[in-house]
Design a protein around this ligand. Sequence first.
Ligand code: AQP
Length: 338
Amino acid sequence: MTDNTFTPRVFSGIKPSGGLQLGNYLGAIKRFVGMQGEMETVYCVVDLHAITVWQDPAELANGTREVAAGYLAAGLDPTKSILFNQSRVSAHAELAWIFNCVARVGWMNRMTQFKDKAGSNAEKASLGLYAYPSLMAADILLYHATHVPVGDDQKQHVELTRNIASKFNHDFKTDFFPMTEPVIEGSATRIMNLRDGTQKMSKSGESDMERINMLDDADTIAKKLKKAKTDPEPLPETVDGLANRPEARNLVDIYAALADITPEEVIAQYSGAGWGTFKPALADLAVSKLAPISVAMKQHMDDPAEIDRILANGAEKAREIADPILNKTYDIVGLLRS
Ligand code: AQP
């Protein structure tokens, strides 16, 4: 064993598997931007994860630029953070293979996201979808990342990353990989579907009305929030009164995250208000916060060459961290290289 200390470093990513939605922004991107400057930050558009389900090639390339545009529009600064797309740094796939040989099939069988995404037709799911958490562990550990900001849905995958790091360290009698901490905090750790408060808001959800897309215009955002499913009760006097009211809880959480206040403060302000009051207030807030980001996203997307340049530069910087870590991993495992 060596006495390994790890530089505090953040890694996280988003898949270009469709247009960015509000959950990606509040649960991930907004927090990524908040951590910029606190420690070294590495942010990725994880295109290799996107192809675990079928992606039209032209849409994948466009979606990759759209996620990058979302990062930039929300305030991610490529001079302060490393920003790149995963497939440009081949070390991700190489380390993932080694981790496929460390992770156990039993661990993968417990991943709830695979069960949700594969549904009743798991036999027809891609092998990549099954192995996804092992690639995610490689994404994180390739940078010796100590902190991973994610939404609640990714918590199990970060825990698996710790299991992989721990088994690797144990099997090879080393302390080479860190025990990464998931950073899951704030009121937006799990933004729910606007039509069913028990389901997560997703890019790939069936109906467009169930999510707010980051490129939706003001009228569409207002329409979707006004049509969001609710119950007949007014807002309660305390946050505890939102228990068993998933749709009401979700709209309060969205308000809190957009306004940078706590759900308790939202309830203090709107206690007793009906949906006819709260929904228009939420719509106004959402439009005022999201419209500038969507305008900036469109401006970035009008210059795809500039996005490609930023991603290529970011990949060069990413390789400077990743390559020595991959090389050392090969040495530890006993894989000969010239
Ligand atoms: N609804 C959500 N609430 C809070 N956080 C969320 N995230 C996703 N949805 C919500 C967070 O966004 C980051 C990027 O996620 P991803 O794109 O890599 O994968 P995902 O979680 O599977 O996102 P989607 O939108 O649901 O994509 P599809 O439909 O393609 O699977 C992660 O930190 C995630 O937690």
